[in-house]
Design a protein around this ligand. Structure first.
Ligand code: FAD
Ligand code: SIN
Length: 528
């Protein structure tokens, strides 16, 4: 297999990857690789919208303050300012690409979500992500400088140690990628590589994230030598549909933003009054998710109720057509009855540590989107700030690469992927078994409410599985399932290590052993 060389390699075709690709493609040849289909990431599933200050009565300072309150002070203020001040320009670019945001009398319609002091979420009904994904993809497909290759699972980043001649550990020169159709591992080199491979939500048994959210980008960057930070900050969404057939369907926070109430399913008590009297259902997500979890555990419930049936039926159908249709198919009419909901993992706040220029620790590697920890979200992401982060940091990565292009050298000769010592697996069941085991103990031991004992149990399981997975990886040809299992395990290890290192409760990390919040906010930074 010969090496294929590109100007820039981007791993991931979601909001972050495609934003970067479009910004680079005026002058550079860009290759975008995606695992499975080009629309398989979280971007296509986003419902609520994108936060931006667009109303005359709102200010950047309001949005900054809301972001930092939700983030429990762990945010880096310069990142928060950078992203929020760039938000209106990002929305403008999306409008130019043809994203049909909802409007009211000509102006953009702004909805509201938890933790936001103002209406500031632009949206396309309740399926914003799909509209964004489609617009970005159409533009990328029409651009002759962008090549999109779906069906490629990247296995690892290529660094100096993969050179025909050793050329230093640190510098990244591209990635090895499994061609899911042929089973061959291809060598893709580039002067610059951008990691935009999304989050690690599927490390949990219940998650709103799509199947491919297995932390591949974070794990690959970690193995190559990047620091990762705040991996204990895993966000759980309060309202995932409870249904025995459909396991990961989100009910957008905008339902609460437009007046939905959370109710005890037997007594009808609007219980948020007992947890956050002021903000009720629109308290930040960590507070509402913990309240739902508490109700379910305290009263032995299977779910709680989310009710918007007091609003006029036409209003509900107009604002939430996708959810309404989906629920009608399951026999639930949200205009007349409450929706059964449970909390589920939703977003990975931690990740590869990056600066405002989207640079990672390694020369040649930039990163953007959910696989990163940029300092925007801190200990808890404010709703609808993550697509925004993808646009701003996708642009930032492209800008930095273009500004420094002349200093980037050509990749050296790289060794092909070595398969001489592996065979086809004769025991695929090992992968399935371990995958399920990880997701189950992460849910039970590393969930919404933690204890040191439970975290230690999880760490012990990870240690045992590590031996088994490494042994399997060393003996058998790679498949997407094996790549994902290895990365899930790596992500689980990083989450548990980070959670054990934080001796306080802050934002999404809530532990019964350290219930207080320290006076000083500190990042948990893991060094490979
Ligand atoms: P993704 O869109 O997840 O894309 C990742 C890409 O990487 C994919 O193309 C994938 O194929 C590729 N990839 C992964 N691993 C590999 C590999 N090994 N090799 C090659 N390619 C790989 N945020 C908001 O701001 N507003 C919302 O309303 C909102 N709603 C949401 C609703 C749901 C149900 C979910 C799950 C999330 C929601 N979010 C929302 C979060 C937001 O959608 C994500 O954070 C964001 O889309 C992430 O974009 P990304 O480009 O970083 O990654
Ligand atoms: C939602 O629509 O509730 C999700 C919004 C987000 O995750 O930002």
């Amino acid at each position: 297999m010969t090496t294929q060389s590109h100007d820039v390699l981007i791993i991931g075709s979601g909001a972050a990857g495609l934003t970067a690709a479009l910004a680079l493609a005026e002058t550079k040849k860009v290759l975008v690789l995606a695992k499975g289909s080009l629309t398989g990431g979280s971007t296509a599933w986003a419902q609520g919208g994108i936060a931006a200050v667009l109303d005359a009565g709102d200010t950047f300072e309001n949005h900054i303050r809301d972001t930092m309150i939700a983030g429990a002070g762990l945010n880096r203020r310069e990142t928060v300012e950078f992203v929020i001040e760039n938000a209106p320009a990002s929305i403008e670019r999306l409008i130019e690409l043809g994203v049909p945001f909802n409007r009211e009398s000509g102006d953009l319609h702004l909805t509201r979500e938890g933790g936001h002091s103002h209406r500031r979420i632009v949206h396309v009904n309740d399926a914003t992500g799909w509209a964004v994904q489609e617009a970005l993809l159409n533009a990328a497909q029409a651009n002759p400088n962008i090549t999109l290759l779906p069906g490629r699972s990247c296995v690892d980043l290529i660094t100096g140690r993969h050179g025909e001649k050793f050329s230093g550990e640190g510098r990244v020169w591209g990635a090895y990628a499994l061609n899911e159709e042929t089973g061959e591992v291809e060598t893709h080199t580039a002067k610059a590589t951008i990691m935009a491979a999304g989050g690690a939500g599927r490390v949990y048994l219940f998650s709103t994230a799509p199947r491919g959210a297995t932390g591949d980008g974070i794990a690959m960057a970690w193995r190559a030598g990047c620091r990762v930070s705040n991996m204990e900050m895993m966000q759980f969404h309060p309202t995932c549909l409870y249904n025995l057939e459909v396991k990961n369907f989100l009910i957008t926070e905008a339902v609460r933003g437009e007046g939905g109430h959370l109710l005890h399913p037997e007594t009808g008590h609007r219980y948020m009054v007992d947890y956050d009297k002021e903000r009720m259902e629109l308290a930040p997500r960590d507070i509402v998710a913990r309240a739902n979890d508490d109700q379910i555990k305290r009263y032995g419930l299977d779910y709680v109720h989310l009710d918007i049936s007091h609003q006029p039926p036409e209003f509900v159908k107009e604002h939430f057509p996708t959810i309404h249709e989906k629920l009608m198919g399951l026999g639930i009419d949200m205009t007349k009855q409450p929706i059964p909901v449970v909390p589920a993992q939703h977003y990975t706040c931690g990740g590869i540590l990056i600066g405002l220029d989207a640079r990672t620790d390694l020369p040649g590697l930039w990163a953007a989107g959910e696989c990163t920890e940029s300092g925007l979200h801190g200990a808890n992401r404010l709703a609808s700030n993550s697509l925004l982060e993808c646009f701003v940091f996708g642009e930032a990565a492209a800008k930095d690469i273009l500004e420094n292009w002349d200093d980037l050298s050509d990749p050296p000769a790289i060794k092909d992927w070595d398969e001489s010592r592996v065979t086809d697996s004769d025991e695929e069941v090992v992968i399935k078994q371990n995958w399920t085991e990880i997701r189950r103990f992460m849910w039970n031991y590393v969930g919404i409410v933690r204890t040191t004992k439970r975290l230690e149990r999880a760490a012990h399981r990870i240690k045992l599985l590590r031996e088994e997975v490494d042994d399997y990886y060393g003996h058998f040809r790679v498949t997407t399932d094996l790549i994902e299992l290895r990365n899930l395990l790596q992500s689980a290890e990083l989450i548990v290590k980070s959670a054990l290192a934080r001796h306080e409760s802050r934002g999404l990390h809530y532990t019964l052993d350290y219930p207080e919040t320290d006076s000083e906010a500190r990042d948990t930074v893991l060094v490979p």
